[in-house]
Write a protein that binds this ligand. Structure first.
Ligand SMILES: [Zn+2]
Length: 344
């Protein structure tokens, strides 16, 4: 722990260089399985499968970016195993959960993505695979008792193990933070908490929050740069800095260049301050206007690469960020410094 002169633990406030972290919520149809409009979303998911994931992997390989893919556990399984695992969850509070039952109009293949996950794992630039719930049940949902949350987390790790993966980073479904005390016990060392902007600091977003977010986008406000901090439950938490806003619905009218301009401000701020610019999105967010959106992301990665070449920015997955935070917390303590640790 970083120790202030008065002996009280102090939070890390910067690293020697800036950090660029990208996390993705990889969920396909599971992200909207309980919502109206699921059918229109299915078309976007089809495009995500056909082109977006490969487009992202091409960019991550070209720019040597180790992104963190937070995956809904059902996607790790083949259709038969996925169905069997869902039946195990159909107990108590979740007996009426649409995620576990009424999926008749969906092909079983739409609910799984083992082939895509193999491609992500085979990327020559190693990608981190993290967790995003097992069926995308928001942890603040009345159905999500502590018992239901523990079952989600247990099935999620078990499904990842079927591909020889152990998940250490977590993003809460819909960023609704709850049951944090369970995460460390299931092997997680870091989670993404709500974005640092004031309009994301809530589990219940209303019109005021949406308006605040829109205003930031319209004026290309610099996104906040952030730092990981120790959560009272023992693991690290790191806020998002900026959502790479999807081009769906009215947000499709926002020029891609505005998203790029904001992200570049975030990268510059991270490099100048030694803090983290944490960009996040869903691969589906790039499905409408995919060529333009992937092109915008390319511009962001080009700018980030230039800063890395100058030694002002590192690219870290969420797990590597947790490791670096742990390292610098220890190294900045007087005992480690006296033993010859690298100082900040
Ligand atoms: Zn999600």
């Amino acid at each position: 722990m970083n120790i202030a002169t008065n002996g009280i633990p102090k939070e890390l406030d910067r690293f020697p260089a800036g950090v660029f972290t990208v996390s993705l919520d990889f969920e396909l149809i599971w992200g909207t399985i309980d919502r109206a409009g699921r059918d229109s979303f299915r078309r976007l998911c089809a495009e995500e499968r056909a082109a977006i994931v490969d487009g992202l992997l091409d960019l991550f390989r070209e720019f040597r970016l180790p992104a963190t893919w937070c995956v809904v556990g059902q996607l790790f399984l083949d259709p038969e195993a996925a169905l069997a695992a869902r039946r195990l969850l159909r107990t108590g509070a979740r007996s009426n959960d649409v995620r576990l039952g009424d999926l008749r109009e969906l092909a079983q293949q739409e609910l799984c993505a083992r082939d895509l996950l193999r491609r992500i794992c085979d990327c020559p630039v190693p990608q981190e695979i993290g967790g995003h719930g097992f069926t995308h049940l928001p942890f603040t949902d009345p159905m999500c008792t502590a018992e239901a949350a523990a079952a989600e987390l247990a099935q999620l790790q078990a499904s990842a193990r079927s591909m020889s993966l152990v998940l250490k980073s977590f993003a809460f479904p819909r960023n609704r933070i709850a049951h944090t005390g369970l995460l460390a016990g299931f092997g997680y060392s870091i989670f993404r908490c709500q974005d640092a902007s004031w309009h994301h600091q809530t589990n219940r977003r209303g019109w005021k929050h949406r308006l605040g977010h829109a205003w930031d986008i319209l004026r290309a406000a610099p996104p906040p740069v952030v730092m990981p901090s120790r959560h009272p439950d023992g693991l690290w938490q790191v806020p998002g800095s900026m959502l790479f806003t999807p081009a769906r619905g009215v947000r499709g009218a926002i020029p891609v260049a505005w998203r790029v301009e904001r992200a570049v401000k975030g990268l510059e701020a991270a490099a100048a301050s030694g803090r983290v610019f944490h960009l996040w999105f869903h691969p589906t967010d790039l499905a409408p206007k995919s060529a333009e959106m992937l092109g915008g992301l390319r511009q962001i990665l080009q700018r980030a690469s230039r800063l890395r070449e100058q030694g002002r920015l590192e690219f870290l997955s969420m797990q590597s960020l947790a490791e670096m935070a742990a390292l610098f917390s220890q190294e900045s303590s007087p005992a480690v410094a006296a033993a010859g640790g690298r100082s900040r």
